[in-house]
Design a protein around this ligand. Structure first.
Ligand code: NOJ
Ligand code: MG
Length: 532
């Protein structure tokens, strides 16, 4: 039996507003994105699928994550016809397209919410969470918004309050309501029928809420955060990772499998415990998610440290059910880019290559974030250009720095737009653009291309086993094996030169930093991949 496509695929996340602008309005769009697909596909970077942050019609308070119509495209990005053209072009370059779907909430401008809000006996009332405030006027329970403050909102048209776990414009939906459930599943099948291969599911860990909507218990030691950030002060017993969650995920899986021959459901999950990780995948007989970003236990949550990396990887390998498949990611539109996060001072230029070496050789599906393949770093955003609602509420914590325009060429506008970019592009930085790196054999971009190629050529790197190998504390080393093929990987994550494990002997180098080999010490941030 051959593995499903998503097991051996390399995925690439695109934030469409920031990838390529075709019409000079400073906002990336679908025609711009489509024109860049040759860069990503077969013959280019070589990724197998792209996942697009939301393209649906949106009120854009949270840039696409506040959907006002799931079955249409936001006019700033394009049209349904543009989407069809994008899908066709992607397929012609050997790539599948996966969309971000937002199942936990809709915009308060969505027709469903407007109808729900209109009267207490609306047939869509229970598609959302409406509750009376407590007698003293305070919210019905203590749940918090991830963006600060309480999650319950007053509505001028109602005495009841509604639940919105992010901005007030993003109302949580109630998956226990059969009508809502069907409408959501229909919205997803609309896209599968159009040729999309699956979804990244936004905050899919929140789709089952406690039916009683009871208060969450306070988290010991974090009570003091209650006033500003109740979300961080609580144990998420009722609003996240609820035991009923696999049933909802399973329903999405069953729908997806009836509209697509081999769909991918990739959940954005935040496990509170190792047991939660297993929960997401369902059971062997009734599987739920295909893949899960297990944040809290991910490469986004740890420093550049060999032991930290090894611990996370081994832990995920241990807790995943045997039928489940890992998924690895270092950067996305919500986190500081890893080129910055792993090297705050900007003094380790080889580190993005070392990080990529790990990401693309672990066991599991790797997910890249646009621009990491050229080593893009966070861009400082002046206060008056800040757009992310999180950054506006909590200066310094905004997500604009990691969402800035893709850097295509060394010219004003970085090849992203001829107009004024919606977020600052960071200006010209020598060597930090696709055009320059394409011509430099030693560039980060060409390293990514080679890594992706080696991964495709070596079955052990695709579906082989993973075994961590002991050795110097600063070196993260492991072996991937399948049948008679074994691939050895060592990356020196420490500040001093350090040797690969003795067990690697004098294995033949497949890809290494300049001068690196299995039997000589690796310089800091140097790597070696060898045929064992
Ligand atoms: C997670 C998304 O990744 C983030 O960007 C968004 O703000 C929230 N979910 C709300 O949809
Ligand atoms: Mg545009």
């Amino acid at each position: 039996m051959t593995a499903p496509w998503w097991k051996t695929a390399v995925l690439y996340q695109i934030y469409p507003r920031s990838f390529a602008d075709s019409d000079g309005d400073g906002i990336g769009d679908l025609p711009g994105l489509t024109a860049k697909l040759p860069y990503l596909g077969r013959g280019g970077l070589g990724v197998d699928a792209v996942w697009l942050s939301p393209i649906y019609r949106s009120t854009n308070f949270d840039f696409g994550y506040d959907v006002s119509d799931f079955c249409d495209v936001d006019p700033t990005l394009g049209t349904l016809a543009d989407t069809d053209a994008l899908l066709a072009e992607a397929h012609s370059h050997g790539m599948r397209v996966v969309l971000d779907f937002v199942p936990n909430h809709t915009s308060t401008e969505h027709a469903w919410f407007r109808e729900s809000r209109s009267r207490p006996d609306s047939p869509k009332r229970d598609w959302y969470f409406w509750r009376d405030p407590r007698p003293d006027g305070s919210p019905p329970n203590n749940w918090g918004s991830s963006f600060g403050g309480p999650a319950w909102r007053s509505d001028p048209e109602n005495t009841q309050m509604y639940l919105a776990s992010f901005t007030p414009e993003q109302a949580d939906v109630n998956w226990r309501d059969p009508g809502l459930r069907e409408a959501m599943l229909d919205s997803m099948s609309f896209w599968l029928d159009r040729g999309v291969w699956g979804f990244r599911l936004d905050v899919a860990d929140r789709l089952a809420k406690d039916p009683e909507l009871d208060d969450n218990p306070l988290a010991p030691g974090r009570e003091a955060l209650t006033d500003v950030m109740p979300w961080l002060a609580q144990e998420h017993v009722g609003d996240q990772n609820h035991p009923d969650l696999p049933r909802v995920l399973r329903a999405i899986r069953v729908m997806a499998e009836s509209h697509c021959s081999e769909p991918l459901l990739l959940g954005e999950m935040f496990p509170d415990s190792d047991a939660d990780v297993a929960l997401y995948y369902g059971t062997r007989d009734e599987p739920a998610l295909h893949l899960s970003f297990n944040f809290n236990r991910s490469l986004c949550d740890i420093p550049w440290d060999a032991r930290a990396f090894r611990n996370i990887v081994v832990r995920i390998e241990d807790v995943l059910p045997d039928f489940a498949w890992p998924c690895w990611v270092m950067s996305n539109h919500d986190r500081s880019r890893h080129a910055t996060r792993f090297d705050k001072e900007g003094t380790a230029p080889a580190r993005p290559k070392a990080a990529a070496t790990i990401l693309l050789t672990l066991r599991g599906t790797p997910v890249l974030y646009y621009g990491e393949e050229i080593g893009m770093r966070d861009v400082d955003i002046p206060a008056d250009r800040q757009l992310d609602p999180v950054g506006k509420a909590f200066p310094g914590f905004g997500r604009d720095p990691e969402r800035t325009p893709m850097r295509w060429s060394p010219e004003p506008g970085v090849g992203f737009t001829t107009g004024t970019p919606w977020l600052p592009d960071g200006g010209l930085v020598p060597g930090l653009d696709v055009q320059t790196q394409a011509d430099d054999p030693e560039s980060t971009l060409n390293h990514y291309r080679r890594l992706i190629r080696i991964r495709k050529e070596r079955p052990s790197l695709q579906t082989g086993t993973f075994e961590a190998v002991d050795g110097d504390d600063g070196v993260f080393a492991y072996v991937r094996s399948l049948g008679s093929e074994s691939t050895a990987i060592a990356v020196n994550m420490g500040p001093e030169p350090a040797p690969p494990p003795a067990r690697f002997g004098r294995a033949d180098v497949l890809l290494a930093s300049p001068g690196a080999a299995c039997d000589v010490p690796l310089a800091p941030d140097a790597y070696v991949i060898a045929d064992l």
